[in-house]
Design a protein around this ligand. Structure first.
Ligand code: RIB
Length: 309
């Protein structure tokens, strides 16, 4: 029996150590930053927070270490309206860490220590079978072991739970996994990794979308940065523009887009309306610093949308 509108996110939790600097260092160079911040992040947690703050009924399958960071992350996730019952605390492990440089243009480079995220095993996924089977949608990324992503997708598929995959960070995926995905949301780099097609314009995006449809995926949404997204359903594609804002930090913009997109789809919005809602959430996020500190609440997204023509 499905719980109406219930979303399950499976993914990573990180503590982000963020250094803002004018420009990225070259190999062998040392640069001094102008601001340092530690904030909660991880693609899974960011997407869960985006869904929780934008109004979804959501549970989160993840792992933390048995450390102070893990404890504080879980307290914050609860304040963000997330059911943390499926989060495992892994003994003897540390919570994941991301080391992030942000340059003067708001671009970032990221290095990850997986820590407890690597312990999100297929056994831990199997232990959450009922919650995945009972959900309307399962949202995942690729900062968790890929065999666990596959195991969760199989459970979802068998139980008619919609599988949404944000294939980030970029990696090659098996046809077996792709065939279980209902909605995929790569950026240009990830789309190229999955299809071999370099995405530089709408025609390329349409070809990459077709390649992903050919793998068995019904809905393909390729995010194109400031150009919006290419949205393609069963081969019928069009570009949906985003909102123009002054970006100061793009960390978690994609995560915010994904969490908000699935929230709106579960509320019954059309694909175009859900994309507009997700664009608004991401537009707000890029005007703020950090990952989870930048993710907007529902009232902020609604206010933003009501101010657009
Ligand atoms: O997508 C942004 C996230 O990627 C950061 O929060 C960092 O933790 C990395 O996982």
């Amino acid at each position: 029996m499905k719980t109406a509108g219930k979303l399950v996110v499976l993914g990573s939790i990180n503590a982000d150590h963020i250094l803002n600097l004018d420009s990225f260092p070259s190999p062998g160079e040392t640069v001094t930053g102008n601001q340092y911040q530690v904030a909660f992040g991880g693609k899974g947690a960011n997407q869960a927070v985006a869904a929780g703050r934008s109004g979804a009924s959501i549970a989160f399958i993840a792992c933390t270490g048995d450390d102070d960071t893990g404890e504080r992350v879980c307290q914050q996730l609860q304040r963000d309206n997330i059911d943390i019952t499926p989060i495992s605390v892994v003994k003897g492990e540390s919570t994941g860490v991301a080391l992030i440089f942000v340059n003067g243009e708001g671009e970032n480079v990221i290095g990850i220590h997986a820590g407890a995220n690597a312990q999100l095993t297929t056994e831990r996924v199997e232990a959450q079978r009922d919650i995945i089977a009972g959900a309307q949608a399962l949202l995942m990324q690729l900062e968790s072991p890929v065999e666990s992503v596959l195991a969760a997708a199989k459970i979802a598929h068998e139980n008619h739970t919609t599988v949404v995959l944000n294939p980030a960070p970029a990696r090659v995926l098996s046809d077996e996994l792709l065939a279980l995905v209902d909605i995929i949301t790569p950026n240009e780099t990830e789309a190229e990794k999955l299809t071999g097609i370099r995405v530089e314009n709408d025609d390329d995006a349409a070809r990459a979308a077709k390649a992903l449809h050919d793998k068995g995926i019904e809905t393909v949404i390729i995010t194109l940065g400031s150009r919006g997204v290419w949205a393609s359903v069963k081969g019928e594609g069009r570009r949906v523009a985003g909102f123009r804002v002054k970006a100061i930090d793009t960390i978690a913009a994609g995560d915010t887009f994904n969490g908000a997109l699935v929230t709106a789809l579960l509320e019954g919005s059309s694909l175009d309306d859900a994309i507009r809602f997700a664009h608004a959430a991401a537009a707000i996020a890029v005007t703020r610093k950090g990952a989870q500190p930048s993710v907007p609440w529902r009232n902020e997204i609604d206010d933003f949308l009501s101010q657009q023509g």
